[in-house]
Design a protein around this ligand. Structure first.
Ligand code: PHE
Length: 379
């Protein structure tokens, strides 16, 4: 009897140790991923995690510093509050060594201060808003910023398309949209272009009827429209604009880059628009083509920017884990931030002193058959 009780006690103690996250964190390197797997920007999360898994598959069943890699994915539903909760949970409960994510800048901005305070490295593969990495020395990114992307599109509008009068439509609920619009505006005016209205035209995420907004835009007779939004609203805006006979090209940023955009905008809406992005599956670089081939084999569709960014972000993180002096969070942050000349499918990644990556952008034309490569712009 007593022996039996002792055994039960031993077994429960053993179970407690085995299932406790502390145990897990001692035997594995745990990486927490925060992405929108559901909600209005779900393709960003789905593509990111596809890319991350492909990166893990590429390195195979490796051990780094004697430990296996474990990935925990949290769905932030595309919401800032859920993003903060996800980061908190990953750090406090799962005791992760690092966080990768998120995508929408407002989401990353909500989670980053928590990681910074806990001194856990957070690497975003996709958030481009300037403020993200200013949170602190544990927050870094492997993508370019909106300071670059906005200038690329303003120059494309002015120099390549020869447009002179722009209307700007922003998503008022998105730090990304507001920041990118401000950069575009400044550069377009510097070049000599004009705004058809001093005030931006604005909508909110989850709006579905844009007709009265578009009527106001149409009355101002712009020759080009800058629309730095996310694909769900952008798709509806493009569709409704063409129905209202608004024919001039729309320009956007990486937020348009989604396998859902074509379907949402419809064949008329999708035509005659240009975006800046991080990656083109048409890039003939053999490394890119190998990635595209593998991705299509598994997912039966071409990889978009987010898939490529997730892939590169994870490979950079694994590389930093290998190079880090130890698994102490300070050493890991240092290793991430000293990434130099890492060759990825989205370009060559070097992380600078502000913890941003200086990389090339691509301008793509959106068509019913998918995004077509137009130009590459180096920093
Ligand atoms: N750059 C966008 C942001 O910061 C996110 C994004 C990246 C969306 C890449 C699509 C593709 O909000």
């Amino acid at each position: 009897m007593r022996y039996g009780r002792l055994t039960t006690l031993c077994i429960s103690l053993l179970m407690m140790t085995l299932t406790s996250p502390l145990w897990a964190s001692k035997k594995t390197i745990t990486i927490g991923a925060v992405f929108p797997m559901t909600g209005p920007i779900a393709t960003y999360g789905q593509e990111s995690v596809n890319g991350i898994n492909l990166a893990l598959k590429k390195v195979g069943d490796i051990s780094i510093k004697g430990r296996k890699i474990r990935l925990i994915v949290e769905d932030n539903k595309g919401e800032p509050i859920e993003s903060a909760n996800s980061v908190r949970k990953l750090i406090n409960i799962d005791k992760v060594n690092a966080v990768i994510g998120s995508v929408a800048s407002s989401n990353t901005l909500a989670g980053a201060p928590i990681a910074q305070q806990a001194e856990v490295p957070l690497l975003t593969p996709a958030s481009t808003n300037e403020a993200v990495t200013k949170t602190g020395n544990f927050i870094s990114r492997t993508c370019f910023t909106d300071g670059f992307q906005g200038v690329v599109m303003a120059r494309f509008a002015f120099n390549n398309l020869k447009k002179r009068n722009v209307a700007i439509i922003i998503d008022n609920s998105s730090d990304y949209s507001k920041g990118l619009a401000a950069v575009f505006k400044k550069e377009f005016q510097r070049l000599g272009g004009k705004l058809v209205s001093q005030r931006d035209f604005a909508y909110q995420q989850k709006d579905i009827d844009f007709k009265s907004l578009l009527r106001k835009v149409k009355r101002k007779r712009p020759d080009v429209i800058f629309l730095p939004g996310y694909y769900t609203e952008v798709g509806l805006i493009l569709r409704q604009a063409r129905q209202m006979n608004i024919k001039m090209p729309f320009l956007g940023g990486d937020g348009w880059d989604s396998p859902k955009l074509q379907e949402l905008a419809g064949p008329k809406g999708i035509k005659n628009n240009y975006i800046s992005s991080h990656f083109s599956p048409d890039d003939q670089d053999p490394m890119v083509q190998e990635f595209v081939k593998k991705y299509i084999k598994i997912h039966k569709q071409r990889p978009g920017a987010m898939a490529a960014l997730g892939y590169d972000g994870m490979l950079v993180l694994l590389d930093a884990l290998k190079r880090a002096k130890s698994l102490k969070s300070k050493d890991l942050a240092l290793a991430i931030n000293s990434t130099k000349q890492f060759k990825g499918v989205t370009g060559t990644i070097s992380i600078d002193r502000q913890r941003n990556a200086t990389k090339s952008a691509v301008v793509l034309e959106t068509t019913a058959k998918g995004n077509i490569f137009n130009t590459k712009v180096n920093p």
